[in-house]
Write a protein that binds this ligand. Structure first.
Ligand SMILES: NC(=O)c1ccc[n+]([C@@H]2O[C@H](COP(=O)([O-])OP(=O)(O)OC[C@H]3O[C@@H](n4cnc5c(N)ncnc54)[C@H](O)[C@@H]3O)[C@@H](O)[C@H]2O)c1
Length: 181
């Protein structure tokens, strides 16, 4: 992906790590190794690998922006199952570490923690865990509303632009106030 971008456009200025999948709302006792590995591969390891791959380019230029799409599930305990929750908490930690490590190198790394957004992510659920889902659903009563993708894209644009030049190594919740409770 990054090689193709450089080949096509000559360089790369902004990396957005957006790809992600849901788990099946499983609590710890019901996670299979296969599901844990799958969720972490797509949600977490991918973020590390694309960041690692882009860094030599950003370091050479002493300039670059990374925007990671985490989740409200990366800040709170039960917005999904244990695997998704842990995978997004890891993205938050990785974002903070990367932001701080390269803060003097002209590179910024931030994350967005979206609340519920109208997308196709439900298609990555392969079978709901009834107990986990019943626990997860309790918090939905506090959700002010479901967002639109554009409302997350606007935050990504802000984080990718010079308007956020002093914002680094942090997470911006975009969730209509869901995590504020
Ligand atoms: N929709 C929500 O309510 C919500 C809430 C919080 C966070 N997020 C996060 O937002 C991000 C985007 O998800 P979305 O809601 O737009 O879902 P989506 O399913 O509409 O989009 C996810 C994208 O990731 C891609 N993807 C999945 N697995 C991949 C793989 N192995 N390799 C390459 N690409 C892969 C899919 O092709 C798809 O384009 C994810 O990281 C998700 O965890 C979504």
């Amino acid at each position: 992906m990054i090689d193709t971008t450089v080949k096509t456009y000559g360089t790369i200025n902004i990396l957005v790590n957006n790809a992600g999948i849901m788990d099946n709302m499983e609590p710890a006792g019901d996670i299979t190794d296969e599901q844990w590995k799958r969720v972490f591969a797509v949600n977490t390891t991918s973020v590390m690998r694309s960041t690692r791959k882009v860094l030599p380019i950003f370091l050479e230029k002493q300039k670059g922006v990374i925007v990671n799409i985490a989740s409200a599930g990366g800040l709170q305990g039960a917005r999904a199952g244990a695997a998704y929750t842990a995978s997004k908490h890891a993205v938050v930690g990785f974002t903070k570490n990367t932001g701080f490590m390269y803060a003097t190198k002209g590179i910024r790394c931030n994350a967005i923690a979206p609340g519920g957004v109208e997308t196709n992510i439900g298609t990555s659920i392969t079978g709901i865990n009834p107990f986990g889902a019943s626990r997860q659903q309790l918090g939905m009563a506090l959700n002010p509303r479901i967002g639109k993708s554009e409302e997350i894209a606007k935050v990504a644009l802000f984080l990718a632009s010079e308007d956020s030049s002093f914002v680094n190594g942090t997470v911006i919740a975009a969730d209509a106030g869901w995590t504020a409770y």
